[in-house]
Design a protein. Structure first.
Length: 201
């Protein structure tokens, strides 16, 4: 069984707030049962002098799987949850199904519950819905088990609503880069096939 690996859902991927305690925000006063930040906040940032806007940016699936839910929380955030279709190992060698959470998206994202997705597929668009101070993606990760099509969190009482730090599972590549590679390879194959057909004429 393979260890879980997640591709970055944004390109570029610039973490603005990590997982865990935050000395600026007292999460316990805003979100009951939450003792700290239960995911990563990310924008896009700059690469080689070129800067990329976050608002409206494509949010891409970090792994193959199934759309588990598309919903809006009580603070107005649009959220998409994607679960893996098979189990993967955590950093301690334990096997779980995994759920990735994508929050603060533009309203009415273009996917539906039960839809199959591949890594790199567009799930939605970055926005400012919900409890935010500016546009960004909140990206979370939860291990668990599937029982009667329901995702059961492995650590429901860990103070982070069952979430764990995604960083140990983060690939150096983004889903965008992988999609570009796949599309380029497909285009090369198409041209080779076309060349062979023309050569045989």
């Amino acid at each position: 069984m393979k260890r879980l690996e997640l591709l970055k859902p944004l390109f570029p991927f610039n973490i603005t707030q990590g997982f865990g305690g935050n000395f600026i925000i007292d999460y316990t006063k805003i979100f009951p049962g939450l003792k700290g930040h239960n995911g990563l906040d990310a924008t896009r940032g700059c690469i080689s002098g070129k800067c990329y806007a976050i608002e409206g940016a494509y949010i891409r699936a970090s792994h193959d799987g199934t759309i588990y839910s598309v919903w809006q929380d009580d603070k107005g955030a649009w959220i998409i949850e994607v679960i893996t279709d098979e189990q993967f190992l955590d950093i301690n060698g334990q096997s779980y199904y995994w759920k990735t959470i994508y929050a603060h998206l533009l309203a009415n994202p273009p996917v539906i519950k039960g839809q199959k997705v591949k890594v790199g597929d567009i799930l939605g668009f970055a926005d400012t819905t919900g409890f935010v101070t500016g546009p960004h993606l909140h990206w979370g990760l939860k291990p668990g088990q599937m029982i009667d099509d329901q995702f059961i969190k492995a650590f429901p009482n860990n103070g982070y609503w069952g979430a764990v730090d995604p960083v140990p599972y983060l690939s150096n590549l983004s889903a965008y880069e992988v999609m570009n590679t796949i599309q380029l390879a497909s285009e090369i194959i198409r041209k080779v096939v076309e060349f062979i057909k023309n050569w045989k004429k």
